[in-house]
Design a protein around this ligand. Structure first.
Ligand code: SAM
Length: 246
């Protein structure tokens, strides 16, 4: 899946020599882009998933990139060890966001920058409504009754809440840039279907269904993805924020 990469890379503004920490680096795409921009600057990707890190290591040849299996919320990275901390959709899962961002702030040098891409509220994200609603075969009124299983991706959707958390964690100069783009799920329905089945919420919803209902839901999912096949990929509307703080 391509996640709005161009705007994010530009916003990160990594410069030659920067030491960069990529939080929740997943398969390492943003880590590698940061490393290309950092020249010989040290770049560390941290993730709690060894599976994701294995994937990242397989795709990484650059010697100045290292990957770390750790919880970024609590790991001691060392004081002022980095110039820039970046994260594309990797900071939304902290149990204690103020504590976690405080930990990341300590890892940054004074005037160092945090650049994080986070989702706007679910209501602004077509993919986040249509996919679960298709599996659960819901109506508008059902949705209010709690069809959705995982609100963590949207916890930073409200800029004032996010600003408050970052200020409490010791950051200042918090700014938000809006990103509205068609989100690409794959070149065709089958690839998009496989990608959807790797996401937490669809998996959780499918696991709750009887085998017959799960078969029905998979067929509905394929039909819905076909309806979003633009001929140039399966696309959904999305809305995110690029949050910067220092
Ligand atoms: C939505 S994925 C984004 C991956 C990657 N940044 C990208 O844009 O492709 C979120 C990633 O954050 C990782 N993650 C979640 N909580 C974390 C934590 N506390 N510390 C480090 N990684 C975390 C997950 O394992 C997952 O790989």
């Amino acid at each position: 899946m391509r996640f709005l990469q161009g705007r994010f890379r530009a916003a990160c503004g990594v410069r030659a020599g920067d030491r960069v920490l990529d939080v929740g680096c997943g398969g390492g795409q943003t880590t590698r882009e940061a490393a290309a921009d950092a020249g010989r600057g040290r770049v560390v990707g941290v993730d709690v998933s060894e599976q994701m890190l294995e994937h990242a290591r397989r795709r990484t040849a650059e010697e100045h990139i290292s990957y770390l299996l750790a919880d970024a919320a609590t790991y001691d990275f060392g004081e002022a060890a980095f110039d820039v901390c970046i994260s594309r959709f990797g900071v939304m899962f902290f149990a204690d966001p103020v504590g976690a961002f405080g930990n990341l702030r300590r890892a940054l040098r004074p005037r160092g920058r945090l650049v994080a891409m986070v989702w706007q509220p679910r209501a602004e994200n077509e993919w986040a409504q249509v996919i679960p609603a298709t599996i659960a075969r819901t109506t508008e009124s059902d949705r209010a009754d709690g069809v959705f299983r995982d609100e963590s991706p949207f916890v930073f959707g409200d800029p004032e809440v996010t600003r408050g958390i970052l200020m409490s964690a010791g950051f200042g100069e918090v700014t938000f840039a809006e990103v509205r783009e068609r989100l690409y799920y794959g070149p065709d329905v089958e690839t998009a279907y496989e990608n959807v089945l790797q996401l937490r919420e669809p998996l959780a919803l499918l696991a709750e269904l009887t085998p017959a209902d799960a078969d029905r839901a998979r067929a509905d999912l394929r039909a819905m993805l076909a309806a979003h096949d633009s001929g140039d990929g399966v696309l959904f509307d999305s809305a995110a924020w690029i949050v910067t703080a220092s």
